[in-house]
Design a protein around this ligand. Structure first.
Ligand SMILES: [Zn+2]
Length: 261
């Protein structure tokens, strides 16, 4: 059967940039086609029918026509605008960070329903007001799982022994998780990890997101796990998202110009 030239899909805009005099190129994630690049022609003209509806971090339904380089957007309807997640800079910065993670790891034209649903859920809960840091950690953990690089938090990554509660261990991102005290491991590249930190990592793997929202955790432990996951993703995905710099500056109270838009 020939591939139909026109198709309809749900999509979330991950990023976009202006192109030519009035066009815009969009990077989208879709459930069935993974990442795609599409062009919205004439979108920057005032009379454009689809102008305001192609914002990042909204769930859309698109009618697309297959093109040689880019698919062409011919109709747009908004499924979920998630307007509230844009109201707050930390939440907006977190949405950009998650979009960049997805954009950097999803393949073009490769079905990615799991990742699509993960990003959609993350934006829903950000929009509903869940603490952005919690949403980001939950997302990072499940992204790693979707990509087949789930961090090991129960057994030593070298000898496979189950960790005991009273033993000392280290977080070693290049090895993919925790290392017991008996195994030497690489001399550098290890991050200290408290028992509370380890428990929180386990919670991110096991608890559903509603339960995570109500967890009481000391801010120092949240920061510890943020650093641990950042280091882990830097190794396992081999990237350091640019949007993290923006997010860090916003949280420090010195926002730089927004990277998306
Ligand atoms: Zn070991």
């Amino acid at each position: 059967m020939p591939i139909p030239r026109r198709y309809t899909t749900d999509a979330i805009v991950l990023s976009r940039f202006d192109y030519g005099e009035a066009d815009r190129i969009l990077t989208l994630i879709t459930p069935g086609e993974g990442k795609i690049k599409a062009i919205a022609k004439g979108i920057r003209r005032q009379k454009s029918r689809i102008g305001g509806s192609l914002e990042p971090f909204a769930e859309l339904q698109l009618l697309l026509a297959r093109g040689r380089t880019f698919d062409i957007v011919s109709q747009v309807s908004i499924v979920s605008p998630w307007l509230r997640l844009r109201d707050d800079l930390v939440s907006f910065g977190t949405a950009s960070y998650l979009a960049e993670l997805v954009s950097g790891t999803v393949e073009e034209r490769h079905p990615s329903e799991g990742l699509y649903l993960l990003l959609k859920r993350a934006y829903e809960i950000l929009d509903a007001g869940m603490a952005p840091g919690r949403v980001a950690r939950w997302f990072e953990m499940h992204l790693a799982e979707e990509l087949g690089v789930r961090p090991e938090v129960d057994r030593c990554v070298e000898c496979g022994r189950l960790l005991e509660a009273d033993e000392r261990y280290r977080w070693v991102p290049p090895l993919g998780g925790v290392l017991c005290e008996r195994c030497p491991g690489p001399p550098q590249e290890r991050v200290a990890l408290s028992l509370e930190g380890l428990k929180l990592l386990k919670a991110y793997q096991r608890m559903d997101v509603e339960a995570l929202a109500t967890l009481r955790v000391r801010p120092a432990v949240e920061r510890e796990i943020e650093a641990a996951m950042r280091e882990f993703l830097a190794y396992s995905l081999d990237r350091k998202p640019r949007s993290l710099a923006f997010l860090d500056e916003v949280r420090a109270g010195h926002p730089a110009p927004q990277p998306v838009g």
